[in-house]
Design a protein around this ligand. Structure first.
Ligand code: SAM
Ligand code: SF4
Length: 346
């Protein structure tokens, strides 16, 4: 099959590219945010992410080690990366996650370190996470109903997640709640999620479903567009006002008088690609220059051991330079797609 890349200049030889910060692509975007999936394993089985069987629960052969992750971040920091997010799989299952966060926070030029988690193991780790220098948590929670939570995640741990959120809030860790909206499953809970922002300084982010689940959900008509989510939101809260936010969150709102905020993420519509500032590394050590890309760049074990830092930097530069103009172009590329977001990190 023929691919169209929409490149504006021929790709240079990676080895010929001089090293310089920040990392840029041929469309003028700069990449200062590195997201690393530290494993592929998970203690939940969200219907849109993982099959019931097949991906291990706790032991992952595809996990970067503490040393490998630190080398990666040091090299990226020298290239101008300032923000790190650890994700997975479930990053709190990684046996060295606290030390990994601590080391990342201590690397020169790294300004903030964040974690995306399902929250199941949060309660026992909040203090250590905060002491390690964690700057913020994204907690995935798609429903406020314990039975629905079980239906979606196939695990009875709703109360553990809620306890984790409460403790994190009480310790004043900045929190964003990630809520994937599924038509006919949780779209009737939008108002309840907005009410979470009434007395809590947190942001609820409504996220479009993405087709990273060859297992089941994408084909069942549960996708709801950002535009539709926006309409539902405004039908219930016409008084919402627009507030400042980050470049990758479509629009951020606040109900007047409420402490927290509400955002909509057009993850599938891909309308914010021009603002993309992310470098992604998969749990098996591949640079992915777009969530939807099929063109991954493998990092050699030698580079991950810190043996050739300049080569690693050139690899990062080269991988990002060839980032397609948007996620639609990326999805046209040849190569194998990944079945689960747990392999990419979300
Ligand atoms: N296990 C952690 C968690 O759930 O937060 C981190 C990894 S998870 C892959 C990261 C994010 O990807 C979660 O917020 C999850 O809801 C989202 N995600 C996974 N599969 C998705 C899909 N098919 N469409 C949209 N979001 C998805
Ligand atoms: Fe696990 Fe996160 Fe995937 Fe749910 S979305 S199965 S919590 S990796």
């Amino acid at each position: 099959m023929e691919t169209t890349h929409n490149y504006i200049t021929p790709l240079p030889d990676q080895a010929e590219m001089p090293l310089r910060a920040p990392v840029v692509d041929q469309f003028g975007r700069t990449f200062t945010y590195l997201r690393i999936a530290v494993n592929e394993t998970c203690n939940l089985r969200c219907l849109y992410c993982m099959p019931e069987d097949g991906i291990g629960c706790c032991h992952s052969p595809k996990s970067l080690t503490h040393t490998q992750i630190s080398h990666l971040i040091s090299s990226a920091a020298e290239l101008g990366v300032t923000k790190i997010r650890f994700t997975g799989g479930e990053p709190l299952l990684h046996p060295q996650i606290i030390q990994i966060i601590k080391s990342a926070a201590e690397i020169p030029r790294i300004e903030s370190v964040h974690l995306t988690t399902n929250g199941v193991l949060l309660k026992g780790k909040i203090k250590q996470l905060r002491n390690a220098g964690l700057g913020g948590l994204n907690i995935s929670l798609d429903t406020l109903d314990a039975d629905r939570y079980f239906q979606l995640t196939r695990r009875k741990v709703y109360s553990k997640v809620m306890e984790g959120i409460e403790i994190a809030l009480s310790k004043q860790i900045p929190i964003k709640i990630n809520t994937v909206i599924l038509r006919g499953f949780n779209h009737d809970e939008i108002g309840q999620f907005v009410e979470l922002t009434k007395n809590n300084y947190l942001t609820v982010r409504f996220i479009e479903l993405m087709p990273f689940d060859s297992h089941q959900v994408w084909k069942t008509g549960k996708f709801m567009s950002a535009e539709h989510i926006r309409e539902l939101l405004f039908s219930q809260y016409p008084e919402l006002i627009k507030v400042d936010g980050t470049s990758t969150e479509h629009e951020i709102f606040q109900v007047p008088g409420y402490k927290g905020k509400v955002a909509i993420i057009p993850a599938y519509s891909r309308s914010l690609c021009k603002n993309c500032n992310r470098i992604r590394v998969t749990a098996d050590g591949k640079i992915r220059n777009c969530l939807f890309s099929r063109d991954e760049t493998e990092i050699s074990p030698e580079m991950l051991m810190g043996k050739s830092s300049d080569d690693l930097k050139k690899l990062i530069q080269g991988a990002m330079w060839k980032k397609p103009i948007d996620g639609w172009e990326a999805a046209k590329m040849q190569g194998e797609n990944r079945d689960s977001m747990a392999q990419i990190g979300g």
